[in-house]
Design a protein around this ligand. Structure first.
Ligand code: SF4
Ligand code: SF4
Length: 284
């Protein structure tokens, strides 16, 4: 959880996903998006307030626990996933507070190398050793592409846990290209990069997201407390879509066949963009 200071060699799967660089990091497993208002503006305000307030807190048990109580009293406790803890110690870290991170981490400002994560809900051990399913299920190349392609920490944290959605998209591109994609092949090609970014950002404004599934977050823990609902193709008089995995991962709900087709066309359009931009480049 917001593991910090690790290198690629020290994490499962060999690509460090939690704190990537000055502007890219994730706090999804600390419950970052499990808030009443998960918009970028609202999260920035909340994280910036906590960061400013925590800077004034003496690094001792009682003041740190007092900070937690003040934060929890100030913020809404309404959660899209009621049993998924949102950690009040998430704040902004790095030079210029440029990304999300853990205020209790030994490398965070003012902690002087001391690890205070033992004061959190999960406890220091869980915070240190947890690695989300993307560490195990995403391929090295796909991880590296998402790390570099995401525009900011907000989008990155929303999508990096979506291992099924990401691998299905990239595998379909590879199937059509009839070869594996490479990091350079995507990132150094402006059109490919733009199409991949558009795909990552579908999570922000997917027009077919089911109303019953509130919030933007993803519940990716093994207990499957909040599984994404299957799409009811029968009700539409349709058979399962070829895009079913991605559509379900985006928590889609369709009122008509036209909506389903529209959604498929968005996905096919983005896959086509990556594939044709790759072909154009490789034929030059
Ligand atoms: S969800 Fe995964 S990438 Fe994000 S902070 Fe947790 S372990 Fe790291
Ligand atoms: S203390 Fe909170 S923010 Fe820090 S790693 Fe643990 S759960 Fe995440």
């Amino acid at each position: 959880m917001s593991i910090w200071g690790n290198t690629d060699n020290e994490v499962p799967g060999g690509v460090y996903l939690c704190q990537v660089h000055e502007h890219i990091s994730c706090g999804a497993c600390c419950g970052l998006y499990n808030v009443a208002d998960p918009s970028l503006e609202a999260l920035r305000e909340v994280l910036a307030y906590r960061t400013r307030a925590f800077a004034l807190v003496p690094r001792e048990i009682d003041p740190i626990l007092g900070f937690k109580e003040r934060v929890e009293a100030r913020e809404s406790r309404k959660r899209p996933f009621a049993d998924f803890h949102h950690c009040p110690f998430l704040g902004l870290v790095g030079m210029g507070h440029s990304r999300v991170g853990c205020l209790l981490h030994p490398l965070a400002d003012g902690n002087k190398g001391i690890d205070f994560r033992g004061l959190s809900f999960y406890g220091g051990m869980a915070c240190r050793v947890y690695f989300c399913p993307s560490y195990y299920h995403l391929s090295t190349v796909h991880k590296e592409i998402v790390r570099e392609a995401a525009r900011d920490w907000y989008v990155y944290g929303l999508v990096i846990t979506e291992s099924k959605m990401l691998s299905t998209f990239f595998q379909e591109v590879e199937r059509r290209l009839n070869k594996p994609i490479t990091k350079g092949g995507i990132l150094d090609n402006k059109k490919c990069l733009e199409a991949v970014r558009e795909f990552l950002e579908l999570k922000l404004h997917w027009p077919f997201r089911a109303e019953t599934f509130t919030g933007l977050g993803n519940y990716f823990f093994g207990d499957q407390l909040y599984s994404k609902p299957p799409i009811d193709y029968e009700a539409l008089g349709e058979t399962t879509s070829a895009c079913d995995i991605i559509l379900q991962e985006l928590v889609s709900d369709f009122g008509s066949v036209n909506e389903l087709r529209e959604a498929e066309n968005i996905l096919y359009g983005l896959i086509d963009k990556v594939v044709s931009a790759s072909f154009t480049t490789s034929q030059k």
